[in-house]
Structures are given as C-alpha cells and as structure tokens.
Design a protein around this ligand. Sequence first.
Ligand SMILES: Nc1nc2c(c(=O)[nH]1)N[C@H]1C(S)=C(S)[C@@H](COP(=O)(O)O)O[C@H]1N2
Ligand SMILES: [Mo]
Length: 261
Amino acid sequence: MNRPFRLQRRLPRRHFLARAAAATSALWLAGCDQLSRTEWFPKVLNSVEPLNRAAAKLVGRRAMAQEFAESDRSPTFRSNGSDDPGTPQYDAWVANGFSDYALMVGGLVATPRKFSLAELRALPSRTQITRHDCVEGWSAIAKWKGAKMSALLDIVKPKPEARYVMFYCADPMSMDGRDLYYESIDMDDAMHPQTILAYDLNDAALPVPNGAPIRLRVERQLGYKHAKYVTSIEFVASFDKIAGGKGGYWEDQGYQWFAGI
Ligand SMILES: Nc1nc2c(c(=O)[nH]1)N[C@H]1C(S)=C(S)[C@@H](COP(=O)(O)O)O[C@H]1N2
Ligand SMILES: [Mo]
C-alpha cells in the first residue's frame, strides 16, 4: 500500500477528531446516554482540569489503576489513531525487525543515552492487565509488558529542574510529514509503578498498529496520553516552546493535558 494513501485514509477521522476536540463538551453531552453506562464516564465528566487535578491529588497520584484477570481480556485490542507511521525510517525499522531501532533519551538528565530494543527488554519490567479508555467512547482490556519508566529514570538520572517527560513519536499527523505525534507526563506519573515503556501486547511483540516497537502505558490517564511509536524521550522544565506549547498533539488541538481517570 503506498504511503500517501495510508495518510489520506487517516485524515477524515483526524478532521472529525479535531472538530470534536474543539467542542469537547458537546462530544461528552452527545455521547451521554451511551457513555453513562460505562464505569469511567462519571470520572471523565468531572474532568474540568483544575478540579480533576485537585481530585487526583486528594485520592493520591500514587494510587494504582485497576488491574484485571486474564479472563477479563478483550478478544482483540483495536488500533486507534495512526496505525502505521509509514515514513522511510519507520519502514526500514519494520523491514529489519527493529534491530537498529534506538530510543534516544536526553534533555535535563545527568547521563543522556540511547537504548536498543534489547537493552529496553533487559531493564526491570512490569506486566499488567489494564483497561484502556479512549475519549471516542471505547474501552478495551489488554495485557501489557514493558520496561518500568522508573528503571529508566534510575539510569539517566533526571536533574532536579526536570519537571516533565516528553515522548516524541514516529508518526506524522499531517500530509506534509510534519507534526509528529507527541505527548508528555509529569515526574509523578513517570515514577508511577504502572508507567511502562511497553514492548509486548497480550504476550506477543507489540504489533505495528498498536505502536511498535515501544509505546507508553500511563494507566491512570486516558488513551491519547499513551504515546505509540516512541523514538525519543526528553526531560524538560517546561513544554511551552515545544510544538503548540500544550504538551501533546491532541492537547494542542484542545484536549486537556491532565487526562486522569
Ligand atoms: N503516536 C501515536 N500515539 C497515539 C495515537 C496516535 O495516533 N499516534 N493515538 C492515541 C489514542 S487517541 C489512543 S486511544 C491510543 C490507541 O492505542 P491503540 O492504537 O493501541 O489502540 O493511542 C494513543 N497514542
Ligand atoms: Mo483515544
């Protein structure tokens, strides 16, 4: 399949999402009947950012997201958003099984360095069965295995002035190939035991549609925070000057930066 076609196929959905983001409250209200039957809806409804952040502090940012049994797993875990970055660099990685992929980690750290996939797989890991909640109104339960973000922090040693962790992704969000997807979390979420750089989904290597070779799992937050196709990580004091300045691709379109559930 040629690349422009793949990009075009994604775009109508993106435009829909951009409109939805511009009118987020309308989206919530329109989906009300359907969504109120799901467990997470009341929490999403409360997600006026300052309130939500205050509530998260009250219940504790360190609380664990619910984990499930093997038998609770959804039959399949769908793909959403980009399903293949389709860039020459990414295609080359796929062609050689990600053997020359490297995750660059830098910014406000004592020891910037890169990690091969084998090095990431050798880090202390965590396996968890969790529910992914997307703002488009679907949820799915799956098993993830990945390197603990806290283990990566132990190695690169963030400086005291580091406040956020940026995740830069391989997939372009516009036809001109610019606007790569990106996301960010704060140091509390980076240290959370369930925050992992996932390389396995349901006991198999993470497939391309779900973010191969590495995608973030940040289980206390909504789906768009879970950056797929992560190619580099940067520790920063502020994200004001990065892309649209709101800390993430969808945040730049109007979504909230703090998407706690
Ligand atoms: N790089 C990248 N990460 C992304 C997206 C994307 O389009 N590109 N979509 C986000 C959204 S909205 C959701 S719900 C999840 C979907 O993950 P999945 O494709 O594994 O279902 O990935 C998130 N991370
Ligand atoms: Mo999503």
